[in-house]
Design a protein. Structure first.
Lengths: 249, 695
């Protein structure tokens, strides 16, 4: 009986030890290896990759590139930059040492909730004080993605002043300039109902230019709602109806 | 030890009254376990949290009224769904809770479906019947389907929707990549409707490869296709020097010459870079072919192969024969038969041959192939399944060469072998396998593709949609794809249209490309004289477009055949071309139309009628529209553009009869001053594309 008891106790201990060991090894695999910095900067600046839009959970089209400078504004090589954000946002790589031109590049996948994500790139100066840079990115849900596709097809060629190789902007050709959809200062003041009226019935519905045609016979009600949700999602400064900002505390 | 136990037993049960008390106590405690477990359950904790959260909101009363306590369940027997997710996710249907930062209390984002009709796990996967977070979201021993990461969520749309949807760009792209990147050459994908997914790429036949290129090029290409052309879709098989040497030996030795593949021209390839570049531009080669410019950017389309280093690849005689008539070498090619004269072939071939990279083959030195090497090469070509994609004389296309993927989205995780450090989920496995197939085992035949991370995510999404549910779905829920049309025009004109590869760019009756306008109703749309002129000298209607219709050097007879066919066959039944005259409208009506054009409808935002004042760049230029379109077409277009060309971006203005008539009168009066619009507007011989675009 005692022998049995002892055997059972040792078995229990063995199981406990084994499970402890596996859980430890699992957490070891997840932990991030942080390289040791060889230099320290005084400032961190964004080079490119901010204010991008992507579908919820997916990769931003362009990587985020930041640069670490010293007090004189010259690039610092070998400084450690770490990226962080709310859980659900993934960085590949999550950290890195700046290259010879003082830059670190990371690919960012946004979280599963539609909204704005504030990501933080941080480095530390000589006294190990953290220097942080906030970069904002926008995740689009289903409705906003639909709106973006409609925007690309119907709206962007007049409302976006930038031209690309595939799409020449018509913005400069218009006598009355349309509002770019990022123009939050103006668009945030227009209610959803008014935007619906302008899109559906054209500019004259709100005594605005007839150069904005009526889309109510071409786009469905849900299409127009999708467009508005997209406009709200990308406006700068952010529209309140776009929902919460996902920031790290 | 034994004594202690005995005394404990005595103390508890020695006396029958005491024994009764103890047993009753144990009984009561055990009875209390169930309600206690229920009281402390996770979902109750969330529901309490929800009630606390809504208490301080301005719409607390409404939310309180909607709230239902207890375990909630969506039961859809037809779909096999028992979802209790709404027991914790209490706020999903509350439209006002969009400002709550996170689940479980936030409103569900707007989607085209109702929660009550589709449940949760149909889209999100996970275990619907579970009532604890870890069992519902994660995989357990009894349930290995965890929640689907947000980036693959569109795969669930694809279970029912078999065709492309406007709101699922990632799924659409993934599906098109599956057929475009050649995946389905090796992997069979049986679709739920019983058909098999077809490849849309057209890898070239290798049966006459020696006519086209050298063994050295084949060797270098096999070693690293992307070194020759970074946009190449041919994957890297990571071959050893010896294997590539033997495979190139076999492919060249196996090649047979084909009549018409090589030609000798009276004129030698001319090395005049200026006229070569201008003929390349004027023929709009860049609409389909890309070339990497000095800045490293790819300029041009992706219908045909990249031409950055084409001079290092092709033999001069083959290139000349190809330019003369590509259909002699490849009857099914997407390249039009341009009908170049010998001088043009010499100019263009000289220009293309100058696009060579002297470094590319500099280090390739191959000795003459031995019969053993050729035999070994043949074995390798069969082993690697080259004939799955390419036609190779003497080697049959292998069947079931790679695992079937028809239900890969339901593959049990227990059957998968993961790499170290890789999360054990199906999406991670699929994405990892596409990204680096050889990492899983060096002996695997699947080659290394050059895909962007976004493309890998798209492909994974499309593959996850090929799952058990998509196959066992009730037919009432399946949304079929529009069947692919295989329309082919008949007769002499039909032959001419295949020869000119019209369908590489234009779509007619649902068949063809989308680079150029849909021509299904072209016969109702344009005037005959204009069409004849256009074939002879195609100008541009849209100044901002880079891609244009090339000039094909057609004979008068060919132009007539094509025009006759288009004018008679491509007629819209709703339009009587002759019901409205092309001239003779009253001045008053024309003037009313002008006012409507510039005022009420402000068409000048997108179109140009008067090139001095109007600047609209989106729609076609209308300075000569009265010599181009028929009045009946313009009238119908004013009434409802989408009825004539579904998907056109011109908004439907729901015009009255009078407005449409007046605008038609105004537009048909824009004849462009008698001169042919095309001759007046540029597109002269020799003018490079950029210059034309500016005019």
């Amino acid at each position: 009986m005692t022998r049995h008891y002892q055997a059972m106790v040792s078995l229990v201990f063995a199981v406990l030890a084994a499970s402890l060991a596996t859980s430890c090894s699992r957490s070891a695999a997840v932990s991030v290896i942080v390289p040791k910095p060889t230099a320290f900067g005084a400032a961190i600046v964004e080079l490119s990759g901010g204010k991008q839009t992507a579908q919820t959970g997916s990769l931003l089209p362009q990587p985020v590139v930041v640069q670490v400078n010293d007090a004189q504004g010259a690039a610092v090589a070998g400084a450690l930059v770490e990226f962080s954000a709310v859980p659900g946002v993934a960085f590949v790589p999550p950290n890195g040492l700046t290259d010879s031109s003082g830059q670190v590049t990371t690919n960012v996948s946004l979280g599963g909730m539609a909204g704005r994500y504030e990501i933080v790139a941080s480095t530390s100066d000589k006294s190990h004080k953290a220097i942080e840079l906030n970069i904002e990115e926008i995740a689009l849900g289903y409705q906003q993605t639909l709106g973006r596709l409609l925007n690309d097809q119907y709206c962007e060629r007049c409302h976006n002043p930038e031209s690309t190789v595939e799409r020449v902007s018509n913005f400069d050709n218009l006598e009355v300039k349309p509002h770019p959809f990022t123009e939050g200062d103006t668009l945030n003041k227009i209610s959803d109902a008014d935007l619906t009226a302008i899109i559906g019935h054209g500019g004259p519905a709100l005594s605005k230019s007839a150069l904005m045609p009526a889309w109510g016979n071409t786009l469905s009600k849900s299409d127009i709602q999708a467009l508005i949700s997209y406009i709200r999602a990308i406006s700068d400064p952010p529209s309140r109806s776009a929902g919460p900002v996902y920031a790290k505390n | 030890m034994k004594e202690k136990l005995t005394s404990l037993w005595q103390k508890l049960f020695g006396d029958s009254v005491r024994a009764f008390g103890v047993v009753s106590l144990i009984f009561l405690v055990s009875l209390a376990i169930a309600p206690a477990k229920n009281f402390f359950s996770e979902w109750r904790h969330y529901q309490h949290g929800y009630l606390r959260m809504i208490r301080n909101r301005s719409d607390a009363n409404t939310l309180q009224r909607h709230f239902q306590g207890g375990i909630q369940q969506i039961w859809l027997p037809e779909l096999g769904v028992v979802d209790r997710c709404t027991s914790c996710h209490v706020g999903l249907k509350e439209a006002s809770l969009t400002d709550v930062p996170n689940q479980p209390f936030r409103t569900h984002p707007v989607i085209p479906h109702k929660l009550d009709q589709f449940g949760c796990t149909v889209c999100h996967r996970g275990q619907g019947a579970a009532t604890t977070l870890s069992e519902a979201h994660n995989s357990t021993l009894a349930w290995e389907q965890p929640i689907l990461p947000a980036k693959y969520i569109e795969s669930s749309c694809g279970e029912c929707h078999r065709g492309p949807l406007p709101g699922t760009p990632q799924l659409n792209q993934g599906r098109s990549l599956l057929s475009r990147e050649g995946c389905v050459h090796c992997h069979t994908v049986k679709l739920p409707n019983g058909s098999t997914m077809k490849a849309t790429d057209d890898p070239p036949s290798l049966s006459h490869i020696a006519d086209k290129t050298t063994r050295e090029w084949v060797f270098a290409w096999l070693k690293d296709p992307q070194a020759y052309a970074s946009t190449s879709t041919m994957p890297n098989f990571k071959l050893s020097e010896d294997d590539a040497r033997d495979m190139s030996a076999f492919l060249i030795a196996n090649s047979t010459p084909q009549a018409g593949d090589t030609g000798t021209l009276s004129a030698k390839p001319s090395a005049d870079p200026v006229s070569g570049a201008s003929l390349y531009g004027e023929s709009f080669c860049a609409s389909c072919h890309a070339v990497q410019n000095a800045a490293g950017n790819m300029v041009g389309g992706n219908v045909g192969p990249e031409l950055t280093r084409v001079g290092s690849k092709v033999k001069a005689e083959w290139l000349q024969a190809w330019l003369k008539n590509p259909r002699a070498y490849d009857a099914g090619t997407a390249m039009p038969h341009y009908r170049f004269n010998d001088g043009q072939v010499a100019t263009l071939s000289g220009f293309l041959l100058s696009k060579a990279d002297s470094d590319f083959l500099a280090n390739v030195h191959l000795d003459a192939a031995t019969p053993e090497q050729i035999a070994h090469g043949k074995r390798l070509v069969s082993d690697y399944g080259c004939a799955s994609c390419h036609e190779i004389a003497g080697i049959k296309k292998p069947e079931n060469f790679a695992p079937e993927l028809s239900r890969v989205g339901s593959k049990p995780v227990t059957q998968l072998i993961f790499l170290a450090g890789m999360p054990h989920t199906l999406p991670d496995y699929i994405a990892g396998k596409i990204k680096q197939p050889r990492e899983f085992s060096p002996g695997l035949k699947m080659p290394q593709y050059t895909l962007t991370p976004a493309q890998i995510d798209s492909l994974t999404t499309a593959l996850l949609s090929l799952n058990d549910r998509s196959h066992v779905l009730p037919p009432s829920l399946a949304v079929a794809a529009t069947p692919e049309s295989d329309y082919q025009p008949a007769g002499k004109a039909g032959k001419l249209m295949s020869d000119l590869a019209c369908f590489s760019c234009h779509r007619i009756n649902g068949h063809g490309g989308d680079m150029a306008p849909d021509l299904t109703w072209e016969g109702s749309s344009v005037q005959r004289e204009w069409l004849v002129q256009f074939f002879k000298n195609p100008g541009t209607l849209r100044p901002s477009l880079i891609r244009r219709m090339p000039r094909f050097n057609l004979t008068d007879g060919e132009v007539n055949d094509l025009t006759d066919y288009i004018m008679t066959v491509y007629q819209n039944p709703a339009i009587d071309r002759d019901s409205m005259p092309l001239s003779g409208y009253s001045q008053g009506q024309v003037e009313l139309g002008r006012q409507l054009f510039y005022g009420k409808y402000s068409c000048q935002g997108c179109h140009i009628v008067d090139s001095k004042t109007d600047k609209g760049y989106i729609g076609p230029t209308l300075t000569h529209v009265g010599s181009r379109l028929t009045a009946a077409w313009i009238y119908q277009w004013m009434k409802n553009p989408q009825s004539l060309r579904p998907g056109t971006i011109e908004p439907n203005r729901a015009m009255s009869e009078e407005d449409a008539r007046a605008l038609t009168a105004f537009l048909i009066s824009q004849k462009g001053g008698g001169k042919s619009p095309l001759l007046a507007k540029g597109a002269r011989n020799g003018a490079p594309a950029q210059e034309v675009a500016k005019k």
